[in-house]
Design a protein around this ligand. Structure first.
Ligand code: HEC
Length: 122
């Protein structure tokens, strides 16, 4: 009987620990997991495409973002604090989760084929 209660206490403490740990992780964008699908929506909703192109190819008003986007830490620091020609986006406008999702979307963009593999261009 006593052993059972101790086990129960242990289980409660363990789940509390796990809950606290996951909350802590969620506050940290670097450890969040992104969804490319939601990221695509956020990328369009927030107008990133207007300057960086539909697939982040750049060349409109902003530079190329994809394929092979820079790390999330860089993107986060830039998007939040830029004082250059790009308007900064605060967390009120664009949440950390949306930013992580946008990164996932940019990562999901495939490189075009190498021109050397296209007979017409060789
Ligand atoms: C009004 C046009 C405009 C919009 C809208 C815009 N950007 Fe930009 N972005 C720029 C320009 C211009 C630069 C280059 C500015 C600089 O170097 O200071 C830039 C730079 C960046 C960079 C740094 C690129 C690098 O390689 O250093 C990132 C990351 C970025 N933008 C992400 C975004 C995201 C994500 C969004 C949408 C939430 C967005 N931008 C919306 C114009 C825009």
């Amino acid at each position: 009987m006593k052993k059972e209660r101790t086990m129960k206490k242990y289980t409660v403490m363990m789940s509390l620990g796990v809950a606290l740990m996951s909350t802590a992780l969620h506050l940290n964008a670097q450890t969040m997991t992104g969804s490319a699908e939601s990221g695509k929506q956020a990328y369009f909703k927030n107008g990133c495409w207007g300057c960086h192109g539909f697939v982040g190819q750049g060349g409109i008003a902003g530079p190329k973002l994809a394929p092979e986007p820079k790390p999330i830490e860089y993107i986060q620091a830039f998007v939040r604090h830029t004082k250059g020609p790009m308007p900064p986006y605060s967390e009120k406008i664009l949440s950390n989760q949306e930013l992580v999702d946008i990164h996932a979307y940019l990562k999901s963009i495939q490189k075009g084929p190498d021109y050397k593999s296209i007979p017409l261009l060789n």
